[in-house]
Design a protein around this ligand. Structure first.
Ligand code: AMP
Length: 293
């Protein structure tokens, strides 16, 4: 079977309505798989796994076509595309979910195309952990698994989440989610506990303070490119993850892959939705990597 030199990226494909202190934008192309595919796709490294409805705009499909040559696992079915609305607090970081309209997501049961099953890298971006598990179980080539999640799954499906974490090589998680998952406020104890669940490494995202990769033997920290005005932080974690896994696909070290993720995320937050990210070049990303402390 043909070797795949891209990462399979499972997650949501959504139409987002986002409100921040800088304004409101409706029906933006979003979703964890979308953000991650665009980040990894800039390097030619993305195969998205997701579902959209028959209301999905042609512009959205054009964007997927631009960032991935392999859309065999991007399914389109009759019904509505997943819709999510979120409003950020004045501090710009915390947010409330205003609505979630599952649409075609409700019956999403991905069946990975035979030719994609032997992928060597798998990014399980934020989505229901049972879907993450199902896609992993269909992979035949023991891929390197990077998993992301969110507070919703920690609260609502902790057992399924722990199962996928136990099969994960590198877990990506926010600082607040780390404490929620482990029910422990002390960071060292939290890390120890997460590492005991199975992953070899856990990368904790500290927002504007950067990210740190913890493992048994070493810790690797990367900072951020200082963005003056954070217009919309939606998707920053997914972009970090997409950039990170594309770095692994390209043979970078963990630190270099994290720097790629961090630099890409800095573009994501400079405008609503994907507006800024869609026009970024590899050169611009590299310039920002040099400026990350
Ligand atoms: P982030 O800011 O990294 O948490 O990612 C935001 C993206 O996650 C948005 O584009 C949403 O469409 C998507 N999203 C929100 N809630 C969910 C959910 N329950 N499952 C999957 N994706 C979601």
């Amino acid at each position: 079977m043909k070797l795949i030199h891209e990462s399979l990226i499972l997650g949501s494909v959504a139409l987002d309505t986002i409100e921040t202190k800088y304004g409101k934008a409706e029906n933006l192309l979003g979703g964890s798989a979308t953000y991650a595919t665009i980040a990894a796709g800039l390097y030619g490294d993305a195969i998205p796994v997701g579902i959209v409805g028959d209301d999905f705009p042609k512009d959205g499909l054009d964007i997927f076509e631009k960032f991935s040559k392999n859309l065999k696992d991007l399914d389109q079915q009759p019904g509505g595309t997943f819709k999510w609305g979120g409003k950020y607090h004045e501090n710009g970081d915390d947010r409330d979910t205003l609505f979630t309209d599952l649409g075609v997501f409700e019956n999403f049961n991905p069946s990975i195309h035979t030719s994609n099953k032997n992928a060597s890298w798998l990014f399980l971006a934020n989505i229901h952990p049972s879907l993450q598990l199902s896609v992993l179980e269909q992979c035949t080539n023991a891929p390197l698994v990077v998993t992301d999640t969110m507070n919703l799954w920690i609260d609502s499906t902790p057992e399924e989440l722990k199962k996928i974490i136990s099969k994960t090589n590198i877990l990506l998680i926010n600082e607040s989610e780390l404490h929620l998952l482990t029910k422990e406020q002390n960071i060292d104890k939290s890390i120890k506990e997460v590492l005991s669940m199975g992953p070899e490494k856990v990368i904790v995202k500290f927002g504007s303070k950067g990210a740190k990769c913890f493992s048994e033997n070493e810790n690797i920290a990367v900072g951020v490119y200082p963005v003056k005005k954070v217009i919309d932080p939606t998707g920053a974690g997914d972009v970090f993850g997409g950039g990170f896994i594309s770095g692994l696909v390209d043979g970078l070290s963990i630190k270099e892959a994290m720097l790629r993720g961090s630099a890409l995320a800095s573009f994501c937050i400079e405008d609503f939705g994907l507006k800024k990210l869609l026009n970024v070049s590899v050169n611009e990303v590299n310039n920002r990597i040099q400026l990350i402390n």
